[in-house]
Design a protein around this ligand. Structure first.
Ligand SMILES: C[S@@+](CC[C@H](N)C(=O)[O-])C[C@H]1O[C@@H](n2cnc3c(N)ncnc32)[C@H](O)[C@@H]1O
Length: 289
């Protein structure tokens, strides 16, 4: 009697831990901690990042750090026009394998050296960011006129900082920067187990939408805000003095703005920082919007 043929089993998806381990082993790779290499191994999370980020047919998408290509595949299979920036050239043969048949523009090099101003209008950034350069990258996306939104996986603590308002825990320069460029929405938390290897902390997906109908904030004003919030728990007066402003001038400007002389930097609304900056002669037309 002949045995019935075993039913064909569906191949495991690319993001499954077995496939990810196999890819790494076959290419002789170990994730590099200093490059923030924590690879996603959870299909639900991948899909929710792609969906929340607006990866749709014909949409230009920028991904920083494609890694093994699992998120990249998800984005490209939805028809998005993906450009992916990757620094680790050891991943060349991996991406050649995992992105085979897909039209993805992989740019090899440091994302910190990329010219974000060259991105086409309507670009959506969608990425599981290397955590060690999250802040710098977010500020580059905010300041790139073509970028409409950034949907990114970041440490939960960074997500909280992005969404914080003056007077709240975690409020600081990153929160002010985000508020000056648009809005922040918390999409979901992501447990450590969704990555291989697991990072030390919980992560979150956040979506930042940038209002491109407004001019970009004046760089001098941004510098002023950064200085004002440098030691956020100290007084605003002290921070501005440390930044080189003369104590009496700051005192008079605080009084004229209706702020207490000992107001803590983290409690000052952005509108008041704008008024104060104008009183101190900082920034051009972008200061008041
Ligand atoms: C958190 S992993 C994300 C990998 C993949 N997208 C995923 O979700 O599984 C971060 C990726 O960013 C890459 N990377 C780190 N620093 C970079 C840099 N300065 N420029 C470009 N890519 C970088 C790492 O090599 C890694 O592939």
């Amino acid at each position: 009697m002949t045995q019935p043929e075993p039913a064909p089993t569906a191949p495991l998806p690319l993001y499954s831990p077995v496939r990810v381990r196999d890819l790494l082993a076959r290419h002789g790779l170990k994730p590099t901690k200093s490059l923030g290499q924590n690879f996603l191994i959870d299909g639900n999370i991948l899909r929710s990042i792609a969906e929340a980020g607006g990866a749709e047919s014909g949409v230009p998408v920028l991904e920083v750090g494609p890694g093994l290509g699992v998120l990249t595949r998800e984005l490209a299979s939805r028809g998005a026009r993906v450009t992916a920036l990757e620094k680790d050239e050891r991943l060349k043969p991996v991406l050649a394998e995992t992105l085979a048949g897909l039209d993805v523009n992989v740019v090899w090099g440091d994302a910190l050296d990329f010219d974000y101003a060259s991105l086409p209008a309507g670009t959506r950034v969608i990425a599981n960011l290397p955590y060690y350069i999250t802040g710098v990258l977010l500020s580059r996306f905010m300041q790139a006129p073509g970028v409409l939104s950034a949907t990114v996986l970041v440490q939960k603590e960074v997500a909280q900082r992005l969404a914080a308002r003056p007077g709240q825990d975690n409020y600081g320069f990153l929160s002010a920067l985000a508020a000056l460029h648009g809005t922040v929405r918390h999409v979901r938390d992501v447990p450590r187990g969704a990555f291989l290897p697991a990072p030390d902390v919980t992560s979150s997906v956040v979506r930042l939408d940038f209002d491109r109908s407004r001019p970009l904030p004046d760089p001098a004003f941004l510098k002023f805000v950064e200085a004002a919030l440098h030691h956020r728990r100290k007084t605003l007066r002290n921070n501005l003095r440390l930044a080189g402003f003369e104590g009496e001038t700051v005192g008079a400007a605080l009084e004229a703005t209706g702020l207490r002389p000992d107001v803590r930097a983290e409690d000052v609304p952005l509108e008041d920082l704008r008024t104060l900056a104008q009183r101190l002669g900082i920034g051009g037309p972008g200061v008041i919007r």
